[in-house]
Design a protein around this ligand. Structure first.
Ligand code: NAD
Length: 290
């Protein structure tokens, strides 16, 4: 079994992004600039935004974080999004989800100009992705593809099972694995006899958010297992009071796999790199519709 080390691979990719940014600056070209909007004070969201800010700094991007009270109205948020859409200095915009309940996430996501939508959530970008056109890819699936490519994992003709059908992970992941010539099956909460599918899979991508869901008896010998799940599980022995758990029962599954991602240190850092790559594409207008 070999670990798919997202920490290591993300470092390598970040270094190449940093070099690219330095080249741009030396040539007098624009510095990539990512803006993030954070509404409210959700602990996990604040951590994610801080991590994104740190990543930008590390590779030489400019970054701006706009923080607003949870009581802000939907109209006020839409007005802030529009201001950034019009701001020529900002290349990419993310609105950290989840938003407070009184704000319609779909409306906000669709208000972001698709040319600055570096999360790849806008229907225009989703459509282009499904057609296989160059566009911003949702960061988690994008990062996973980069990880598989880095380790030279064969995808062509392989059976891939994606567990989960969310708009941000499961659905785009299945589209990208199809483009990599896998035979793709999407399993979800209504799937019956899920093991019948996973036991035939050469590649399993677990993205359902149920800690330790995938057990050894559900996995074929030699499979590649990608664990997207991150759930905070209470743990008094840890200084934060919680521990991060994946969707894969790593201890039992690992010995059966050819490759497996750890949690943490697998998909998480690759997701962060996905966002940086999209922002670099945004500044250099690397999208089909620019
Ligand atoms: P989600 O809640 O939107 O979707 C979960 C999906 O799992 C649904 O499509 C549902 O049908 C499916 N599902 C639920 N129970 C199931 C079951 N018993 N059997 C089969 N399928 C089942 O979640 P999401 O946003 O796609 O995230 C999934 C997990 O990945 C979460 O733990 C999330 O925190 C994590 N995540 C991690 C990263 C990262 O960077 N590592 C990024 C995004 C999401």
């Amino acid at each position: 079994m070999e670990l798919l080390n997202g920490n290591e691979v993300s470092k390598i990719i970040k270094l190449s992004i940093k070099e690219e940014v330095a080249k741009r600056k030396a040539a007098g070209q624009k510095t990539p600039h990512l803006a993030a909007i954070l509404v409210g004070a959700d602990g996990a969201s604040m951590t994610y935004v801080a991590a994104k800010e740190k990543d930008c700094k590390e590779v030489g991007f400019d970054s701006t974080v706009l923080r607003f009270e949870a009581s802000m109205s939907e109209e006020e948020l839409l007005a802030e999004v529009e201001k950034i859409n019009q701001n020529k200095d900002i290349d990419g915009l993310i609105v950290q989800l989840p938003l407070p309940k009184h704000i319609n996430e779909k409306r906000v996501t669709e208000a972001i100009s698709f040319k600055k939508d570096v999360d790849g959530f806008h229907p225009m970008n989703v459509g282009m992705m499904f057609k296989g056109l160059k566009t911003f890819l949702p960061a988690t699936p994008y990062g996973i593809i980069k990880l598989l490519e880095h380790y030279g994992i064969e995808t062509s003709g392989k059976n891939c099972v994606v567990i989960g059908r969310s708009d941000i992970v499961g659905k785009p992941m299945s589209a990208l694995m199809l483009q990599k010539n896998c035979t793709v099956t999407i399993c979800h909460s209504k799937t019956q006899n899920l093991s019948d599918f996973t036991l035939r899979a050469d590649i399993i991508i677990a993205a359902l958010g149920i800690p330790l869901f995938l057990k050894a008896e559900m996995v074929k010998e030699g499979a590649v297992v990608i664990d997207v799940g991150i759930t905070r599980v209470e743990d008094a022995s840890n200084k934060n009071g919680y521990k991060l758990k994946g969707d894969v029962d790593f201890d039992s599954v690992a010995s059966k796999c050819s490759y497996i991602t750890p949690v943490p240190g697998g998909v998480g850092p690759m997701t962060r790199v996905g966002l940086l790559l999209n922002t670099l594409d945004a500044v250099s207008h690397e999208s089909h519709l620019f």
